[in-house]
Design a protein around this ligand. Structure first.
Ligand SMILES: [Fe+2]
Ligand SMILES: [Fe+2]
Length: 132
């Protein structure tokens, strides 16, 4: 997975966090392609920590600014966190593991471009966050 301009939301700190998380997914995919389960596991643990901090920040911003889609957005985050936990289960076959990584990739792609973009527009409209 690579960073692409469509992921840019225009809120510097969020964009920087998204870049790091895209790197994490890329690290996981590289490790899987090399059949290096140990490196994949390490990258998944790192991603889980960073994603948790990122989701907390986003949800705080939405709460502060009365974003109407907060509950639905938080549900999406929860879905992702649960999926990350399934990736940390031992004794999963390689095929299932690969399918789950693919889901992770697709989820991220859609979430940032659709759901994050939506709350970012709300934030940019109601704050000076996009101005630097
Ligand atoms: Fe995000
Ligand atoms: Fe989000």
């Amino acid at each position: 997975m690579e960073w692409k301009k469509e992921y840019r939301l225009g809120i510097h700190e969020i964009d920087e966090q998204h870049k790091v998380l895209v790197e994490c997914i890329s690290d996981i995919e590289r490790a899987v392609a090399q059949y290096d389960r140990q490196s994949a596991d390490a990258a998944i643990v790192r991603m889980a920590d960073l994603a948790q901090a990122h989701f907390t920040l986003e949800e705080c911003l939405m709460r502060i600014l009365d974003y109407p889609g907060l509950a639905e957005h938080a549900d999406h985050h929860k879905q992702f966190s649960v999926h990350l936990e399934t990736l940390q289960e031992p004794f999963v076959t390689t095929d299932v593991f690969r399918e789950r990584i693919e889901f992770l990739h697709q989820w991220w792609d859609t979430h940032v471009q659709k759901h994050d973009k939506s709350y970012a527009l709300h934030l940019l409209k109601h704050t000076a966050l996009g101005k630097s």
